[in-house]
Design a protein around this ligand. Sequence first.
Ligand SMILES: Cc1ncc(COP(=O)(O)O)c(C=O)c1O
Length: 395
Amino acid sequence: MVNFDAFIDRRGTSCLKYDFAEERGLPGDVLPFWVADMDFRTPEPVVEELVRRCEHGIFGYTDIKEDYLRVLSHWMRSRHDWEPDMETMTVTPGVVLAICTAIRALTREGDAVLICPPVYYPFSSSVLGNHRKLVESPLVLRKQKDGTPIAYEIDFDDFENKIRDNGVKLFILCSPHNPVGRVWKREELTRIGEICKRYGVLVIADEIHHDFVREGFQHTVFAGMSREIDDIAITCTSPSKTFNLAGLQISHVFIRNDALRHRFQQELYAAGYSQPNALGLFAAKAAYGKGEPWLKELLVYLEGNLRKTKEFLAHHLPKVHLVEPEGTYLLWLDFSAYGLSDKEMDERIIHKGRLWLDSGHIFGTGGGRFQRINMACPWSRLEEGLSRLVHCFDR
Ligand SMILES: Cc1ncc(COP(=O)(O)O)c(C=O)c1O
């Protein structure tokens, strides 16, 4: 049994989450629940493999061999019912870099790129930073009569109108969706695919959260739905979220369409990237090959954190509404009942609560008055964070 309750001090490891509050203008003693990595040790077989590899002591140029592709392929087949041709895979040092590369490779300056906010904020910055036109089709939040949020949906009429009216060339899909926690249904993905096919829109499917799906929900690989959809898809995956390996910088981009893949690879090589990080490669292979039992235990632990968070909120912070997640380890909380501005809310959370969360407004249109909390940490830590929230809002 993995002990996910074990508290491991990450301070002093140049850890983005814990060691950079002051550099980012926050008090040094804030408790962080922002960036999406986990406060858990990576699976032991991965640690052992890294130690073994480090003891070898030579870290020269390293590249992918057949055995690596075999474990990656097995993971996609067994966990995601997807059998991509491994020849269509390009390794990149991160999904955001892959998204930026795809934007540059597959569109021109000034071209329109569509996103569905509130969504992972580097989507908009990748579009704007590469001088493309940002077009938004905001998700719609379905609510109960009393205003309690239920779930987010795509407004397909708006989605199609935005594509047609702006001559959109590329759509960036977040599946499962960060921060709202949707695991898109096959019917929804089919509609996205049909509309994008109809208007000649390419789709970057960022599926980095694909291994965090709750019981009762099913992740559908966008590219896996049909040959026609595979033809317009750029699928981004990575072991970084699943096994907490973000600092080792390895991700996989699958593009079946030869012409698109060629353009993507040309752009990547033009940026000067070729071989992957040696440690990332060994870690990823060990994780996909031997990490599944750990992942299964992790999902059970996260389910426990979610259940306890819901009980805590119902008891201590009934005005805060959690949008029930279907996937990811990120919680999306609605604070609008307090009637505070984003600035007032952030002030309270940071200075009174001594907490570092991701303020909803940074996720774009529709994100205001929400906060995102990362629940991938020992329950005792999450409970401490939630107690600090009580301190800033209800007393
Ligand atoms: C949807 C999504 N895509 C990409 C990333 C980051 O990927 P990478 O570190 O590989 O660039 C994250 C991290 O939070 C994410 O949530």
